[in-house]
Design a binder for this molecule. Structure first.
Ligand SMILES: NC(=O)c1ccc[n+]([C@@H]2O[C@H](COP(=O)([O-])OP(=O)(O)OC[C@H]3O[C@@H](n4cnc5c(N)ncnc54)[C@H](O)[C@@H]3O)[C@@H](O)[C@H]2O)c1
Length: 254
């Protein structure tokens, strides 16, 4: 397919549902071959089907991003079979408990940091190693959150993990800018996904309260994150690196 990502190979973690699914579809529509890594096999196969329905190319792999060896073997496999890894969207994530720190267990903390921050570290490390080996540059995007830019009471593990993604993004961008490997993050606000349903208990009342906090007075369709990611993965953003881009209807501008 033609588009701003024509001919590129892109890895998407957490691509079975939500933002990862919608982004996989957008990336494929823009011409990328999409490699999806997730734990939800049936939903992953459904995403592949949706990509194929729009005329794109995708494949699914059962990978736990918290397991470095699994991530490494997937990145090696992509390089072997496709010849290169041009872009990556490190998006897999989980919500933490809604609780103040006094009620957050060490186990909850480690689980959220493990997926949302160590998972992104594992992916970035393997992707950077591969991109250095190729010596053709590359673009990496992580999913942080508006909660990675401002504090939000009641979600200390999640907020810390998402601030961590921003710190990692800026640091790795500085380390590899001279090799033309760009590293950026998107910081979504409230996006229509299964995670938002879980966090709001699918309650219309809670959703309305959230919407009132957003200057644009609506939640986003996940494809609106996908379009920002496609731009960041493409050569259209060739001088953009180290950025944490809010895609939040103006929420953190307040
Ligand atoms: N929905 C929102 O409003 C919102 C806002 C800000 C940031 N985010 C972030 O966006 C990202 C995607 O979230 P979403 O809303 O699409 O939620 P989602 O639950 O629909 O998608 C998350 C995906 O990540 C996968 N995943 C979880 N743990 C994994 C692991 N260890 N290894 C591999 N895959 C794993 C899940 O199976 C799922 O498919 C997350 O990082 C989330 O924190 C979401």
């Amino acid at each position: 397919m033609s588009g701003i990502l024509a001919g590129k190979i892109a890895l998407v973690t957490g691509g079975s549902t939500g933002i990862g699914r919608a982004t996989s579809i957008v990336l494929a529509q823009e011409g990328a071959t999409v490699v999806i890594a997730d734990l939800q096999d049936e939903e992953g196969a459904n995403t592949v089907g949706m990509v194929e329905e729009v005329g794109g190319k995708a494949e699914y792999h059962h990978i736990d991003v918290t397991d470095f060896a699994q991530v490494k073997s997937l990145v090696d496999d992509i390089a072997d079979r496709h010849g290169s890894l041009d872009g990556a969207f490190n998006n897999a994530g989980i919500e933490g408990p809604t609780a103040k720190i006094e009620n957050v267990s060490i186990e909850d903390w480690e689980r959220v940091i493990g997926v949302n921050l160590t998972g992104v570290f594992n992916c970035m490390k393997c992707e950077i190693e591969q991109m250095i080996k190729q010596d053709t540059g590359g673009s990496i995007v992580g999913t942080s959150s508006a909660a990675g830019l401002v504090g939000i009471p009641g979600a200390p593990s999640y907020n810390a993990s998402k601030h961590g993604v921003v710190g990692l993004t800026k640091t790795i961008a500085l380390e590899y800018g001279s090799r033309n490997i760009r590293v950026n993050a998107v910081c979504p606000g409230f996006i229509e996904t299964p995670m938002l349903d879980r966090v709001t208990d699918a309650s219309a009342k809670i959703r309305d309260q959230l919407i009132k906090m957003v200057p644009m007075r609506r939640v986003a369709d996940p494809s609106e994150i996908g379009h920002a990611v496609a731009w960041l993965l493409s050569d259209k953003s060739s001088y953009v690196t180290g950025v944490a881009l809010p895609v939040d209807g103006g929420w953190v501008a307040q």
